[in-house]
Design a binder for this molecule. Structure first.
Ligand SMILES: Cc1cc2nc3c(=O)[nH]c(=O)nc-3n(C[C@H](O)[C@H](O)[C@H](O)COP(=O)(O)OP(=O)(O)OC[C@H]3O[C@@H](n4cnc5c(N)ncnc54)[C@H](O)[C@@H]3O)c2cc1C
Length: 481
């Protein structure tokens, strides 16, 4: 996503752009799997902040709608709590308020205050922190910024912040689970991420591209090709070529391609280690590469089901009865949770063509720790899969004998397929010391002509943020090269 979006912007500015991709298709984590008549998006499933994609196409003089149709999703999002109760989130306020009041009588004014607070975090966070390229420390530590950070309490603890507005654990959970979209724990993430439930509820809402999330990648690939971008697939880059402190090209398949600038879209810590051999480590002013904190990873099941799953919605969250312990297992103890929270998507609800007639494609994401000494996936993978199948039966009413197609993905696969350091599916984390100016920069200070884009650089992970990062870095390249 990062490289593709940047390639579009750079080509639209008149640069000649060549993209080297290690795999046989574009999209990276935002991939597609087609098998036995079932279609799955392999990574992102929630499309938010669609203005970022519209603006990307507009920057090249095109209309997004001419390339892909986006379907608004409303009432297709259900949170299932540990005790069996559930909450369907709707954008229609009277219905949403009725549902919230049933769970927490008297919550309405506090819910509106939550929205107002999250709105401020969204507006200020986006314009002052996400959409800005902090060229120097002064840009970030300026008095105005510090005042905004304090006023919006953007860096406070997320869960404590949400708990100011909601008294029941259920609503605290329903409006904090969204940090899981980014592989973060709400008990550790900064409060600024309440912008996620806010965008879903009150700003742009939740969308789904016709044909699945991958249709957005196809639309971008088409646009990039029209603009003259050249793609080299199945072409892993072995090294960024450096000469006298300057990036002068890349080596792939033993051959060097010269360039005036190199933009690295592979996961940043991997790129520092593998493609740059540690030569640019001076870029990490505040922390060494080995000390970086990582997001969680994801254990995935892509399942073909021999019936339609009428009882499920498009997006279904199943929260553990031990909500906090689940996050502590993943983020503090770095072990597999005993009673995991998980997320199940049935895209064929919205796009019936994603499954054969009368059947359903089901995508199951279980947040798990990134790779580390406490989990041996080779040994524990099978038993964990069995645990997830038990959960599917118990919590979603999906029986194992309905499954006619299965594909599993563990953190080892995320690492091996996309070179994601530590198998962290969402890149490096977003603790206070890894956001804003503290996040590894998009422009190398150590090596001239070397730039970065993607989830592990600024502004952060998630498809819209990566798309915004692509704009910021393309603007920098436009100014400097
Ligand atoms: C399971 C899952 C669910 C998610 N859900 C959501 C969601 O619902 N909404 C959302 O907004 N975000 C979501 N995300 C996050 C989102 O997918 C990422 O933030 C975003 O797609 C990252 O894009 P990227 O360009 O930084 O990285 P990538 O997609 O990883 O792209 C990097 C590319 O570089 C390639 N590469 C690596 N090494 C080399 C090399 N040496 N040579 C050549 N090519 C190389 C890789 O193959 C890959 O194609 C999810 C992520 C995952 C894993």
């Amino acid at each position: 996503m990062g490289s593709l979006a940047a390639a579009i912007r750079l080509a639209a500015r008149g640069f000649e752009v060549e993209v080297f991709e290690k795999n046989e298709g574009l999209g990276g984590r935002m991939g597609r799997l087609e098998e036995s008549g079932f279609t799955f998006d392999t990574g992102p499933s929630l499309l938010l902040m669609t203005d970022t994609y519209r603006e990307l196409f507009a920057s090249a003089g095109r209309e997004l709608d001419d390339y892909v149709r986006l379907i608004p999703l409303d009432g297709q999002y259900r949170v299932n709590f540990g005790d069996g109760d559930s909450l369907t989130i709707r954008r229609a306020l009277p219905e949403l308020i009725r549902a919230l009041e049933r769970i927490e009588p008297g919550v309405t004014p506090r819910f509106y205050r939550f929205l107002a607070d999250a709105c401020q975090k969204y507006r200020v966070g986006r314009s002052e922190f996400v959409e800005r390229d902090f060229e120097g420390a002064r840009d970030f530590f300026g008095l105005r910024n510090l005042r905004l950070l304090l006023r919006t309490r953007a860096l406070n603890n997320y869960y404590r912040s949400v708990s100011r507005f909601f008294r029941t654990e259920k609503l605290r959970q329903a409006f904090s689970l969204q940090t899981m979209y980014l592989g973060l724990s709400p008990f550790e993430a900064p409060a600024v991420y309440s912008l996620l439930p806010y965008t879903e509820l009150a700003e742009d809402g939740l969308w789904f591209p016709e044909g699945g999330m991958y249709s957005l990648i196809e639309a971008m690939e088409k646009l990039a090709t029209e603009l003259g971008v050249r793609f080299h697939l199945n072409s892993p880059v072995e090294k960024v070529v450096l000469s006298k402190g300057k990036a002068t090209g890349v080596r792939a398949g033993g051959e060097e391609t010269e360039a005036d600038a190199v933009l690295v879209g592979a996961d940043l810590p991997y790129a520092y280690r593998e493609l740059l051999g540690g030569t640019a480590d001076g870029d990490f002013k505040f922390r060494r590469r080995e000390k970086l904190q990582y997001t969680a990873s994801a254990f995935m099941l892509y399942l073909g089901i021999d019936r339609k799953l009428d009882h499920m919605l498009h997006h279904n969250f199943y929260l553990s009865g031990r909500y906090k312990e689940n996050f502590e297992a993943i983020f503090r103890d770095r072990r597999l949770p005993d009673d995991p929270s998980f997320y199940a998507v049935v895209p064929s609800k919205t796009e019936p063509d994603m499954a054969p007639q009368g059947k359903a494609s089901l995508f199951v994401l279980v947040p798990v720790p990134h790779l580390g000494p406490n989990v041996d996936w080779e040994r524990e993978g099978t038993s964990f899969k069995e645990r997830v199948y038990d959960l599917l039966e118990r919590r979603c009413g999906v029986r194992r004998d309905w499954v006619v197609f299965e594909r599993v993905r563990t953190p080892l696969d995320w690492r091996d397929e996309y070179n994601l350091e530590e198998g962290a599916a969402f890149g490096i984390g977003h603790g206070i010391l890894q956001v804003g100016y503290f996040r590894p920069p998009m422009v190398s200070k150590a090596i001239e002509g070397l730039y970065f884009v993607g989830a592990s650089t600024r502004p952060g992970t998630g498809v819209p943020l990566v798309t915004i990062g692509a704009r910021l870095v393309a603007e920098r390249i436009g100014r400097e090269v």
